[in-house]
Design a protein. Structure first.
Length: 202
């Protein structure tokens, strides 16, 4: 007749199972974090392309003033634009644009598109334009309803609608006559980039 496991043996087995479960959860969390980081890397890599947000610029027609790597003096008056490094610019993008607009909570294609919009049109405007494209209340906050709508949407269709709202916003910007061609090209480059690098992976 087989002996029943002792209380100590039961406790040890339960502890072993608990440890295995926790290790599995930790691995899943690390994988999710790595995926999010790789999507951010992809997004910031696009933004920092030379033809998108290259190096130092001081265009007197630009109300943002001096910019470097797309970071403007108007938005960050305490940053020395001439001495801004690429690494510091990436850190600013992560905190003030990617994290601030909730990009990690969205499907990859829309996350990258939202990030680029936040960089070029403002982190306050970008979520509202995305919400208009998704057909939810444009309150500027990426909450449960916006996330659910983003998950339900067909990615390329949602992207096209979002980019359409971006172009409409650009058209009514006071300095559109000066910059509209460049803005439109940026949107087209972004669409091509996303369809090439992300569409097949979603």
């Amino acid at each position: 007749m087989a002996k029943k496991p002792t209380a100590a043996q039961k406790a040890a087995k339960e502890a072993e199972a608990q440890a295995a479960q926790e290790a599995k959860a930790a691995e899943a969390a690390q994988a999710q974090e790595a995926d999010a980081q790789s999507i951010f890397d992809l997004a910031v890599g696009f933004v920092l392309r030379e033809k998108i947000e290259g190096g130092y610029v001081n265009d007197p027609r630009d109300p943002g003033g001096e910019t470097n790597f797309g970071i403007s003096k108007r938005s960050f008056p305490n940053v020395n634009m001439r001495e801004l490094t690429r690494e510091r610019a990436i850190a600013i993008y992560k905190e003030h644009y990617w994290d601030a607009t909730g990009c990690d909570d969205l499907p990859p294609m829309l996350a990258v598109a939202l990030f680029d919009c936040a960089v070029n049109q403002g982190p306050g405007i970008a979520p509202k334009l995305l919400q208009k494209a998704l057909g939810v209340a444009a309150d500027g906050k990426i909450g449960p309803k916006t996330r659910a709508a983003a998950e339900r949407a067909e990615p390329t269709e949602a992207l096209a609608l979002f980019l359409g709202w971006r172009l409409r916003r650009y058209a009514f910007t006071p300095n559109a006559a000066t910059y509209m061609r460049g803005w439109a090209n940026r949107v087209l480059y972004l669409q091509q980039f996303l369809l090439t690098h992300i569409a097949g992976a979603e």
